[in-house]
Design a protein around this ligand. Structure first.
Ligand SMILES: *Cc1c(COP(=O)(O)O)cnc(C)c1O
Length: 412
């Protein structure tokens, strides 16, 4: 029996997370499936930004560095993010961008494993991770190299010459989920360190960094954490590694006594060593609102709903869209995927443009992936039905063949 819209309406009624949807500002006529790229706007963010700008900046001016706690926001928000990713207090800071944080952590890890020259990465992973690593290797000029592998080759490729295994827990394009525990253990068994990129995993299931004995991790806050476009990223350094090696962007915020204004650098020995300079306070304030909302939600319920949404989307695609040559890029088993479903088609770019014009917003990743991000705090089961039906109509009517859907814009 094919699933009906009425059954999905019932699932929405029973959804234990349904009250969160109203806390977001999402236009009524949009079906939003891009929370894995830019999370939606929490309504409370508007009030908070207004308060920061009008009261903290406008009225209290520079005194807010102390009185409004601006100075310690990276640490305060970091401690909240730690709860989402299985870290402890003092192991996470919210700071800079993802790429900069990769640079800092990879520098430290390679310094801690001098003599080893290999960084293991997934060749199909998000490019900035490897681009930054290539830049670092060039800068170090010590003969490091990246060993690129794909998911099924990872464990065997972790050999005694590997200094660092740097992987993204959930693949940005295909949505497959790597086994953090087994890979970290294998890396440690051969004496290597690990850096995990959590961009597509934090906020959609309970990440367990310390349970998996992870050394380092990074992630962004503008996807499933709903921090806003370009919001500051975060990094995690296990307590046992703090104070052992110094990250290279040794700005004044990471000095043992920043307000002593000494001539020479003296590193802090804790997570503050991973800060460099003044942080964007207004953006940090927005991040905190998104994190606070996730901390109020039950992360196990989020994972259950994320899996159920993915199962349902795959089922609807099988039942309603069997004739259009789509293939599933994402694993069928929910235990093996994050919170997105990728449908692949050689015409994926144009089809996604037609969907976006029809107010179903997902995105496209070359060469053929149409990505549908599922955000348990605001994606409804009926949204899946409505999106699949719009997709069906675009295919039945050949709407996607129009010229306007076949020219490429700057951001896909
Ligand atoms: C989104 C994402 C990034 C983002 O990098 P920025 O520096 O924020 O542009 C990095 N890595 C992965 C795996 C991502 O998915």
């Amino acid at each position: 029996m094919k699933i009906t819209r009425e059954e999905l309406e019932e699932l929405d009624r029973q959804d234990p997370l349904k009250q969160f949807r109203d806390e977001f500002s999402i236009p009524d006529d949009i079906l939003y499936f891009d929370g894995n790229s830019l999370g939606a706007l929490p309504k409370a963010t508007l009030d908070r930004i207004n308060e920061v700008v009008v009261e903290e900046w406008g009225e209290k001016l520079i005194t807010s560095w102390n009185s409004a706690g601006w100075w310690s926001l990276p640490e305060k928000i970091g401690n909240k993010i730690a709860k989402l990713i299985g870290g402890d207090d003092g192991e996470v800071v919210c700071v800079d961008g993802t790429g900069l944080n990769i640079y800092k952590l990879h520098s430290v890890a390679l310094k801690m494993r001098q003599g080893r020259k290999v960084v293991l990465m997934e060749g199909s992973g998000f490019p900035t991770d490897s681009y930054i690593t290539q830049g670092l290797i060039d800068q170090l000029a010590q003969g490091h190299e990246i060993r690129f592998v794909e998911k099924d080759e990872i464990l065997d490729a972790i050999t005694e010459d590997v200094a660092l295994v740097s992987l993204t827990q959930v693949h940005y394009k295909m949505g497959h989920l790597l086994d953090m525990k087994a890979i970290t253990k294998k890396a440690h068994d051969v004496g290597a360190l690990v850096v995990w990129d959590l961009c597509h995993s934090a906020g959609i299931f309970p990440v367990a960094l310390n349970q998996c004995d992870v050394d380092f991790a990074i992630g962004c806050t503008y996807k499933f954490l709903n921090g806003g476009p370009g919001a500051p990223a975060y990094l995690f350094v296990a307590k046992r590694h703090q104070g052992k090696a110094t990250q290279p962007l040794t700005g004044w915020w990471s000095h043992e006594q920043p307000f002593a204004f000494e001539r020479d650098y003296r590193p802090r020995k804790d997570i503050w060593q991973y800060l460099s300079g003044t942080q964007p306070v207004i953006s940090l304030a927005a991040v905190e609102v998104g994190i606070d909302m996730l901390l109020r939600a039950d992360m196990d319920a989020i994972r259950r709903k994320s899996s159920a949404l993915g199962d349902m989307f795959i089922r609807l695609a099988e039942e309603q869209l069997p004739d259009y040559g789509f293939t599933l890029g994402t694993p069928v088993d929910p235990a093996e995927r994050g919170s997105q479903v990728s449908l692949c088609s050689e015409n994926g770019y144009a089809i996604m443009q037609a969907l976006i014009e029809a107010r179903v917003i997902g995105d496209f990743r070359a060469p053929d992936s149409m990505r549908f991000g599922l955000t348990p705090l605001y994606t409804r089961y009926t949204d899946l039905w409505d999106a699949v039906m719009k997709l069906k109509s675009i295919m039945d009517n050949d709407t996607w063949k129009a010229d306007r859907f076949n020219s490429v814009s700057d951001v896909t």
